[in-house]
Design a protein around this ligand. Structure first.
Ligand code: NAX
Length: 327
């Protein structure tokens, strides 16, 4: 189609935005289809955002059909087909978890309501800003007219990190790794699952054949990769988060390849005993803009314990935002 895909990005003047906007404008989500960018920021960041827009102009991207910026979500989200909610309130010094949830609650209730009011009928909403799963739950709960299936939180970066670690361990190229799964919360409790993944068509856990590596190296390395990057870089992951945000949106809109799946945090229908209504990461396939949770995987006791622990954390966050009156 030649009609531009209207893509909103929030927190557009931030670190992730500085990588994400250029990837979207050069086709990482929609390929050759033109895109129109709608960039939301808070007032004090609009000047910096103007500078980023100057740079977007200077790239002369052939498929960038237009850019609009502003601080009012009901203007910026008008008619958008895809909304990437990246901007969030980071945890500051001395901030308790309740303060963090409350600060983000204010952002995601307002954005959920604005999307409900003005987004296109076919809108898909991807949440990258942390705490991503619970922010998605808040936005979803404040947008009653948008089907719940249109909301998702990003665990694709964790998924890609897990693929990369498995590739390094086995010597296989990343293209030979299929059916990776991240379960649960995008947090240190997430569970990257090698028992259903494949390396060159073989079961990954068997191909690795090293439960000690899986438990003591692989899982913590994937789960704590964000902290390792902050240690090394002095700033949190940004280019890789932007890349994963594009991967997730592209696969959601255009479908997963035959014989593979991806990880997305989506509203649970009770699959795998994850309580209905929690936004939790699952293995999903996508087609025509809709996702389906992969069914029928055998979950052994080891995996069950890991999934339950992460899901318990999500239930806890849900309770906290319920108590705050955010959902
Ligand atoms: P930055 O602090 O660089 O940028 C965030 C931007 O959001 C700022 O420019 C800020 O002005 C803006 N913002 C704040 N409130 C806003 C609002 N109400 N409306 C619009 N914009 C608003 O953070 P950055 O490094 O870009 O990270 C963004 C978010 O992604 C953070 O919450 C971060 O924790 C999260 N991440 C999520 C990841 C994931 O895999 N799900 C990985 C990377 C990243 O840590």
């Amino acid at each position: 189609s030649d009609t531009p895909l209207k893509v909103a990005v929030t927190g557009a003047a931030g670190q992730i935005g500085y990588s994400l906007l250029f990837r979207i404008a050069s086709g990482a989500i929609a390929g050759d289809r033109p895109v129109e960018l709608r960039l939301l920021e808070i007032e004090p960041a609009l000047k910096a955002l103007e500078g980023v827009v100057m740079e977007l102009d200077d790239c002369a991207f052939p498929n960038l059909a237009g850019v609009e910026i502003g601080a009012d979500p009901t203007k910026i989200f008008e008619g958008v087909n895809l909304a990437l909610l990246v901007g969030a309130r980071p945890r500051g010094p001395g901030m308790e978890r309740g303060d963090l949830l409350e600060a983000n609650g204010a952002i995601f209730t307002a954005q959920g309501k604005a999307l409900n009011e003005v987004a296109a009928d076919d809108v898909r909403i991807g949440v990258t800003g942390n705490p991503a799963n619970t922010n998605a739950l808040i936005a979803m709960s404040n947008a009653p007219d948008i089907p719940q299936e249109r909301f998702s939180a990003l665990t694709r970066l964790d998924h890609n990190r897990a693929i990369s670690q498995l590739a390094a361990k086995t010597g296989a190229p990343v293209t030979e790794i299929k059916k990776m799964t991240i379960w649960g919360n995008h947090s240190a409790t997430q569970y990257p699952d090698l028992f259903h993944a494949e390396v060159s068509g073989k079961n990954a856990a068997e191909a690795v054949g090293d439960q000690e590596w899986l438990e003591s190296y692989f899982i913590p390395t994937v789960a704590k990769r964000g902290a390792a990057i902050i240690d090394a870089r002095g700033a949190s992951s940004a280019a890789s988060a932007a890349s994963a945000t594009c991967d997730a949106a592209r696969d959601w809109l255009y479908g997963t390849p035959e014989g593979d799946w991806v990880s997305m945090a989506v509203v649970s229908d009770g699959s795998y005993d994850v309580p209905e209504g929690l936004v939790s990461s699952f293995p999903v396939t996508t087609s025509n803009g809709d996702w389906t949770i992969v069914q029928g995987l055998d979950i052994d006791d080891f995996s069950r314990g890991r999934i339950d622990a992460s899901v318990a954390e999500l239930a806890d966050e849900k309770q906290a935002v319920t108590d705050l009156g955010l959902i």
